[in-house]
Design a protein around this ligand. Structure first.
Ligand code: GCO
Ligand code: MN
Ligand code: MN
Ligand code: MN
Length: 388
């Protein structure tokens, strides 16, 4: 029936269903009136989401007075209680305000860098108040338009120092956050540092507390870089670093589109869902996407329901794939057992190496075997199209 349930862990950001539909060419012409965080929580409750995530300023506007902030938090908390939604993740807006025009943690200006760390600590305090356990870092403006302005080594050093500081802050407060770093190749900066999930994974190992830090890969961002999203997710999983995930859709080599999950790239979305379900990923399935500018709030609900429904349809298709006798027989055939190669596999020994060097392979006979990948892929296509 493809109905979202809490166990599916579907979450949305306040900024996603709360998007006004404004774009680069219509910044002052929103098509959807603002809704309060509490109203957005009720909207998400209505469509069946499990959780809601926020940037500090999605919840509390940058210039809110302490009294205003208290009232917003009170209303938000009441809406959470009423709907049963939880807050698994929080993050900091380090990209919208003018002060971040040349980056936040990596800005050339030490005052901007210190302000950014201050803002992140306060954002962590706010997330902790609502029980968030994942804290995302998307370095939206950590980058350059021209490398005349900044050495990337300084950028990396400053980003590392900021994260090391914030890891210690996490420990000192006992928040128990896991940090999740989100890569994006460009937009809003000409080039953003650490542009892919792979870059982030390598960078994490240079931190003081690598165990506290993982990644938040985003479908659209790896596609913007022309990469295979599922492969990036698999690498993160393999490294034990898949702490969170941003699901949406995106054509290759375009500006950031943030479409409804599964809107465009069915096959990539299918493989991704299959991967997450097969390995038993238990984290949030977070949709970082927006409804089209053509939509009113009914359309926003259609958008949100669509993200979750498509995920569940692919989950069912993945189950069918795994249980399909013909597909599984073909998979078994194309991945033969080790047989006489077993003696060469596994760890190195001098004897094994010597035996392998001496072995005589019939290269042409091995290469002559057709692998039937065309057939397999067509079976998948039939299955996805509902023909099987
Ligand atoms: C984007 C990013 C953001 C982040 C968000 C949370 O391209 O705009 O994906 O939506 O995910 O700032 O860190
Ligand atoms: Mn975006
Ligand atoms: Mn994005
Ligand atoms: Mn994102």
């Amino acid at each position: 029936d493809y109905q979202p349930k809490p166990e599916h862990k579907f979450t949305f950001g306040l900024w996603t269903v709360g998007s006004s539909g404004a774009d680069q060419f219509a910044t002052t012409f929103p098509v959807r009136g603002p809704k309060t965080p509490a109203e957005l929580v009720r909207l998400l409750g209505e469509v069946g989401a499990y959780g809601v995530n926020f940037h500090d300023n999605d919840l509390i506007p940058l210039d809110a007075t302490p009294a205003e902030a208290e009232q917003i938090k009170k209303d938000f908390r009441a809406a959470l209680k009423e709907t049963g939604l939880v807050v698994p993740m929080a993050t900091t807006n380090l990209f919208s305000a003018q002060i971040f025009k040349d980056g936040a943690f990596t800005s050339n200006d030490p005052k901007v860098r210190a302000y950014s760390i201050q803002k992140a600590m306060r954002g962590m305090d706010l997330g902790a108040e609502f029980g968030a356990k994942i804290y995302v870092f998307w370095g939206g403006r950590e980058g350059t338009e021209t490398d005349a302005t900044k050495n990337p080594l300084d950028g990396l050093k400053r980003f590392r120092e900021a994260l090391n500081f914030l890891c210690e802050y996490n420990n000192s407060q006992g928040y128990g956050y896991k940090f999740a770093l989100e890569a994006k190749p460009n937009e809003p900066r000409g080039d953003i540092y650490l542009p892919t999930t792979g870059s982030m994974l390598a960078f994490i190992e240079t931190l003081d507390h690598p165990e506290m830090v993982g990644v938040n890969p985003e479908f659209a961002h790896e596609h913007m870089a022309g990469l295979n999203f599922m492969h990036a997710v698999a690498q993160a999983w393999d490294a034990g670093k898949l702490f969170h995930i941003d699901l949406n859709d995106q054509n290759y080599a375009r500006f950031d589109q943030d479409w409804r999950f599964g809107q465009q790239n069915w096959k990539q979305a299918f493989f991704l869902v299959k991967f997450l379900e097969d390995v038993g990923y238990t984290g949030s399935r977070h949709f970082d996407a927006h409804a089209f500018r053509t939509e009113d709030y009914e359309g926003v609900k259609d958008f949100a329901r669509g993200c979750m429904r498509t995920y569940l349809i692919f989950k069912e298709k993945a189950r069918q794939f795994n249980e399909d006798k013909e597909i599984q027989a073909l998979l078994a055939e194309i991945t033969p057992a080790s047989g006489e190669m077993e003696k060469f596999e596994g760890k190195f020994t001098a004897e094994k190496a010597a035996a392998l060097k001496a072995f005589s392979f019939d290269r042409n006979a091995i290469a002559a075997r057709g692998l039937k990948y065309e057939k397999l892929d067509q079976l998948l296509t039939d299955l996805m199209m509902g023909i099987r």
